[in-house]
Write a protein that binds this ligand. Structure first.
Ligand code: SF4
Length: 448
């Protein structure tokens, strides 16, 4: 699909864009570990062959000791290596990852790069993966030698070469086809990653198909699909009418939501709390620490909105969008504000109590107020709506309950609030308040 129909690819989500941007930022910083290199990245894809030739020439140029994004091509396979560093009469290959630990995906990525480097007869002293050091604490300017860790994967990539070679041949045969292969949708569309072509390949699947249920695993759903269960009615015939699976299909049919009310009401606060506050916290975890005394991905509170009777005009909003160094001011404010309420309602996939403990906003779990996280409550009560197939978010909840599909998303607000290109602090603040309104409306919808 990438080869023949790249224009059919789905648009990148905000989360994906933020992730790619983070990878680029960390990659650029990593260059300082081996400074003074030449950047080989092409400005357009048409320049790849030229850059590959230049890279090979540079290998024999004693004046070149480091190359960034060096381009290599072997057996119709093209790679860009983050860093290639002269090491005596050989070269050290380095690939950078913006994470705190390494996974099989990274090792396999390195294996493909090694296959191409070996094919180009680059004499390698080692192949290393570079990643963020979880123990690094920023103190003054970033010390890249401490921020990054290096791990040799040479033994692994050498061992994998045969496996990579076979797969390259297999995939070359695929791209050589006149048309993209006719493959039916299946579990591969979501696993190991959501595929970028679902908008195209799934367009024949009705929006209310049983394939969008969450109570049945993908493997089982596709077994039914391939066995000829092509309508919701046929699927329902095979299910217990009182099962969660059947209720989800009914919700799909009627474009409404399903919730297990018995469980939901068993979780209802008893007795009814007298003073309730609605809290929307915006957390930020920069990959590269921004402030002294912090580590990679260390969490900071970037903003919060609090709605409750003890606030002037019922609403309090705080943020440090323009100066992250002020983020700790939020702690004192939250300690003071939250202590006036008996019950704090929020909606977050994180454990808010753990966050409050981590920042010493509360001292122990037996706090003076109860944290009521609607995200957990609704999950426990098996809340389902067609919009939530790939995860429950506040935006989707709003669509499900109030038929309002607002454009806000936590990650977008963070992007707005932290990106140099997209600064719109006012919009970020307004979105924070709108989100909190949804939290309040959801709580009242189910529990008032
Ligand atoms: S069938 Fe699924 S995995 Fe294959 S291209 Fe289409 S969406 Fe992607």
């Amino acid at each position: 699909m990438y080869k023949k129909h790249p224009y059919l690819r789905d648009k990148l989500s905000i989360e994906q864009r933020a992730k790619f941007q983070r990878g680029t930022d960390v990659g650029l910083l990593a260059h300082e570990y081996f400074p003074g290199g030449i950047d080989m990245s092409p400005s357009t894809p048409s320049q790849f062959p030229k850059k590959a030739q230049e890279t090979l020439k540079n290998l024999n140029n004693p004046a070149v000791n480091v190359m960034y994004e060096a381009v290599f091509q072997h057996n119709d396979t093209l790679i860009m290596l983050d860093m290639l560093v002269r090491d005596g009469d050989k070269w050290l290959a380095v690939e950078v990852k913006s994470s705190l630990r390494l996974s099989d995906t990274y090792y396999n990525d390195a294996a493909l790069q090694y296959y191409v480097l070996h094919g180009c007869e680059v004499p390698l002293s080692d192949f290393k993966l570079m990643y963020l050091n979880a123990d690094y604490v920023k103190n003054g300017p970033i010390d890249v030698k401490q921020l990054f860790k290096l791990e040799s994967v040479m033994d692994y990539v050498v061992e994998k070469e045969d496996f990579v070679s076979k797969n390259v041949e297999r995939l070359k045969a695929v791209v050589a086809l006149e048309h993209s292969p006719l493959v039916n949708i299946g579990t591969q569309c979501h696993d190991p990653y959501p595929c970028d072509f679902q908008g195209h390949c799934w367009k024949h699947v009705p929006k209310n198909s049983y394939l969008f249920t969450t109570a049945i695993d993908d493997e089982t759903l596709f077994q039914h699909y391939f066995n000829g269960t092509n309508t919701n009615a046929k699927m329902l015939q095979q299910l217990d009418p009182d099962s969660e699976e059947a209720h989800q299909i009914e919700a799909l049919e009627t474009n409404s939501y399903y919730v297990d009310y018995k469980t939901l009401y068993s979780l209802k606060p008893q007795p009814e709390p007298k003073s309730v506050a609605y809290l929307n916290l915006l957390l930020h975890r920069p990959a590269v620490p921004e402030l002294d005394g912090t580590k990679p991905y260390e969490e900071m509170i970037l903003a919060f909105a609090l709605q409750g009777d003890h606030e002037p005009d019922n609403q309090f909003v705080w943020d440090c969008f323009e100066d992250h160094g002020r983020w700790r001011e939020s702690i004192g404010l939250l300690i003071d504000k939250l202590s006036r309420y008996e019950f704090i309602v929020c909606f977050t996939p994180q454990n808010l109590t753990t966050t409050l403990l981590r920042h010493e906003i509360i001292q122990n779990r037996e706090v003076g107020y109860k944290v009521f996280n609607l995200f957990n409550i609704l999950q426990q009560a098996h809340f389902y709506h067609p919009a939530i197939k790939r995860g429950l978010t506040l935006q989707k909840l709003s669509e499900a309950l109030f038929k309002e599909a607002k454009l806000f998303e936590h990650s977008r607000i963070i992007l707005e609030a932290t990106s140099n290109d997209l600064i719109s602090y006012q919009q970020a603040r307004e979105d924070l308040i709108t989100e909190n309104e949804i939290i309040k409306k959801t709580y009242q919808h189910f529990f008032k």
